[in-house]
Design a protein around this ligand. Structure first.
Ligand code: ZN
Ligand code: MN
Length: 128
């Protein structure tokens, strides 16, 4: 199987599965249909896709890396209990780059904002 085919499969797996999977998660899913694939290949391809701006990389709290195929403006929330990465709508703080520019003169090209806290699921568990 050609390298570019593998990359296509990896990208499709990212799109079809849960919102922000890790390379390890994608590897485990892909291995079922492509037993010869290695974790290193999955990592390399995901990193290349991220470097080329096809997908986004999100740094988890435990040093884990999550990947996101959704390139539209939005923020993230990482749960400190379960490490799940949630989407936070852009609406909660629109025009952030414009505001930073008008107050500081700093010209923002791109940003990666992740809020940290406890997700509703983990909060529920704590209260029970
Ligand atoms: Zn949680
Ligand atoms: Mn996202």
């Amino acid at each position: 199987m050609k390298y570019s085919k593998q990359r296509e499969l990896i990208l499709n797996t990212l799109k079809e599965h849960m919102v922000h999977p890790t390379a390890d998660y994608i590897y485990k899913v892909l291995k079922k249909e492509l037993p010869s694939i290695s974790l290193a290949t999955v990592y390399r391809n995901l990193n290349q896709l991220a470097e080329n701006g096809v997908i986004k990389k999100i740094e988890g709290l435990d040093g884990s890396l999550h990947f996101d195929h959704n390139l539209t403006n939005h923020y993230h929330f990482i749960c400190i209990k379960c490490n799940k990465v949630y989407d936070v709508p852009y609406d909660v703080a629109p025009d952030l780059a414009d505001k930073v520019f008008s107050q500081t003169g700093l010209i923002i090209e791109n940003y990666d904002i992740s809020f940290k806290g406890v997700c509703p699921e983990c909060h529920k568990k704590e209260c029970n």
